[in-house]
Design a protein around this ligand. Structure first.
Ligand code: SF4
Ligand code: MSK
Length: 628
């Protein structure tokens, strides 16, 4: 679809973004929106998923049905090619989440083995609880001994030595039966990803529905495996999030302080940076340089991790990352991995902003690489913070423009926090659902995509759902959008329907709860499983849904696929590149409903999307014998 030239107002709904887009125009700085314009129209074959480059007899482009080129050189048809492409796409997302999980696991391993003094177990109770849940003996043992065994259980989850991953113990029996019957019980996390790469090699899985079922299996290994491991270990190492105040938007940058942005996903680096910026010696050094202090702020999901656990303010989501640098007020951006636009290096060089990469698997040409490892996190953190302070002198204050005033929000709704707020049991939530005060629950998750007006769909969908007494759970970049819209504050209950408003008022919580980063969608899976197990039903029977209104990434596609495979009806604001195959599209939008009890729905209009999610919730409420 051709992308027409859009006004700044059409590009983003936010004033802070618009002000920075105007500054970018004035200063002749190219942004993601400019590059989208010159990249469009996109290749129609690719948009439809009908391009194959899996071997060098090709690349092949298949005409949509009835066209002149119905088959690739090897004889693969459009259905096979679309399914293979989608398979590799979601395998990329599952691999990203799960490799992040493995990094967390290696950190826990280093702690358990006494190989690092830079990290420690912050939530011992959670470690012992999870170990017991997974069959590790806890009684009479030291925390570190238990941790060693838990590490072994999780390392085995990445291999192919077992029949099923450890957290299958959380999955309701009825859901497991669905997976068993379809042959998609997730085994080792790495195994499913590798098998997807194998299946999609030329001459292997040439049956589109069969490939699509393996998409489900691969993504289940992510959701109930790699992502769940990432979430649980992050809580064990850095603390389980509890509700806390924070602030959001570009206004959290400070014109009289050294500003450091942390961006990416894994808290292992950013937690150390936080310690370094709080060191009085570092603060004194910043003051020597003429700054009033050091201001650490987050972007994207590394920002979510720090906001959830430490209340660190959030500068912005995916489409705000370039704009944060364009303020001219940022000394340094420190990144780990995923969703970091390579353009940040270039934009940083237009100012005095230095980009530091920290992971060997995510280097950026033009950035300085300072490798963080388990045994040097502290040392490296102090080093880079010092470098950031040294750069304060280089800032050109005449080019600094920090737009807007920060907006307050409340973050930190882990499942432990939610159950805690309910008095230690999910029963009050179930009772509120049964009584129709909370008619259903929808997770709004994921990204921004410059093809859509930035954050409009994220915000509108949330507003529409809470009006309908549907509790919203937010993760990933949606969080920033909903925070800026003041929906993460208890006062926003006034925008909710009467039932939800009453419950939020009684509990003192907002109608939109922030549950974390991309990998933390595993928290939503766990909550759904908990509710289903309490009610003795399948997850697919619950009045729940998911949505990623402005998604862009392979990871978001993997999340959507594991949500559907777990029985959660899932809305997408944009279709994946599958529309070139009727077989694959029908499976995703219809037949998965029969096979898995849930399917995808694609709807760019957030008001209509809210209606569709509401219809599904009504259907599920009826199924449970509850009032609509
Ligand atoms: Fe073409 Fe087949 Fe090779 Fe794909 S695998 S590039 S369709 S010949
Ligand atoms: S960072 S995957 S843009 S949510 Fe997790 Fe945001 Fe989406 Fe990346």
């Amino acid at each position: 679809m051709a992308q027409k030239k859009r006004t700044i107002e059409e590009k983003s709904m936010w004033d802070d973004a618009r002000q920075m887009l105007r500054k970018a125009e004035r200063e002749n700085i190219e942004t993601v929106w400019d590059r989208l314009e010159y990249q469009t129209p996109h290749c129609t074959f690719c948009e439809l998923g009908l391009t194959c480059k899996n071997c060098i007899m090709g690349p092949c482009r298949i005409s949509p049905k009835g066209g002149k080129r119905p088959l690739g050189v090897c004889g693969a048809d459009g259905d096979v090619i679309v399914a293979r492409n989608f398979g590799r796409f979601v395998a990329g997302g599952a691999a990203a989440h799960s490799d992040h999980g493995r990094d967390c696991l290696e950190a826990l391993h280093a702690v358990a083995e006494g190989e690092t003094e830079d990290y420690e177990i912050k939530d011992e109770a959670k470690l012992l609880r999870i170990a017991a849940e997974l069959g590790v003996t806890v009684e009479g043992r030291t925390v570190l001994d238990v941790a060693k065994d838990l590490v072994t259980v999780f390392f085995d989850d990445f291999s192919s030595r077992k029949e099923g991953i450890a957290f299958l113990c959380r999955v309701p029996e009825k859901r497991k039966e669905v997976w068993e019957n379809l042959g998609i019980i997730p085994r080792g996390v790495d195994r499913e990803v590798v098998e997807m790469m194998h299946r999609t090699h030329m001459g292997c899985d040439n049956d589109a529905p069969n490939t699509m079922l393996h998409c489900a299996r691969t993504c289940l290994a992510d959701g109930w495996g790699g992502s769940m491991i990432a979430t649980e270990i992050s809580d064990i190492l850095f603390g389980t999030p509890m509700p806390m105040k924070s602030k959001v938007n570009l206004g959290v940058l400070k014109d009289d302080q050294v500003n450091i942005l942390v961006h990416g996903h894994n808290p292992i680096v950013s937690e150390k940076i936080l310690e370094a910026v709080n060191d009085p010696e570092m603060v004194a050094l910043a003051k020597e340089k003429g700054a009033a202090g050091i201001n650490l702020v987050g972007l994207c999901c590394t920002g979510n991790e720090l906001m959830m656990r430490k209340g660190i303010p959030m500068a912005g989501n995916h489409l705000m990352t370039e704009l944060a640098i364009i303020t001219g007020a940022v000394e340094m951006i420190i990144v780990d991995y995923q969703c970091i636009m390579p353009s940040l290096v270039t934009i940083g060089k237009c100012y005095h902003t230095k980009m530091i990469t920290t992971a060997d698997k995510a280097k950026f040409t033009g950035a300085e690489h300072i490798r963080f490892a388990m045994d040097n996190g502290r040392e490296q953190a102090w080093k880079v913070v010092k470098m950031a302070i040294e750069r304060y002198d280089l800032r050109d204050q005449r080019r600094v423009d920090i737009p807007g005033e920060p907006v307050d929000l409340i973050s930190g709704f882990s499942n432990e926090a939610i159950i805690g707020a309910l008095g230690g049991t999910p029963t009050p939530l179930i009772d509120a659902i049964k009584a129709g005060k909370i008619r259903g629950v929808v997770g709004i998750v994921g990204c921004n995509n410059p093809k859509m007006q930035h954050d409009h769909c994220n915000v509108t969908l949330a507003r529409e759902l809470i009006k309908k007494d549907i509790l919203v759970l937010a993760t990933g970049c949606v969080t920033t959008a909903l925070g800026k819209a003041e929906l993460l504050l208890p006062e926003s209950k006034e925008q909710a329907g009467d039932g939800l408003k009453e419950i939020c008022g009684a509990l003192g919580i907002p109608p939109v709860l922030h549950m974390g980063s991309c990998v933390d969608n595993a928290r939503i899976l766990e909550l759904c499983a908990l509710l289903a197990n309490e009610l003795g039903v399948d997850i697919a029977d619950l009045p729940v849904g998911a949505s990623s209104p402005e998604w862009y990434s392979e990871k978001a596609a993997a999340i959507g696929t594991y949500a559907v495979a777990s029985g959660i009806y899932t809305h997408l604001g944009l279709p994946p590149n599958i529309l070139g195959s009727e077989v694959v599209t029908d499976l995703a939008l219809k037949e998965f409903d029969d096979l898995l009890g849930a399917c995808f729905v694609v709807e760019p209009d957030p008001v209509k999307a809210a209606e569709l999610l509401d219809e599904r919730i009504k259907l599920r409420r009826r199924g449970l014998g509850l009032s609509e």
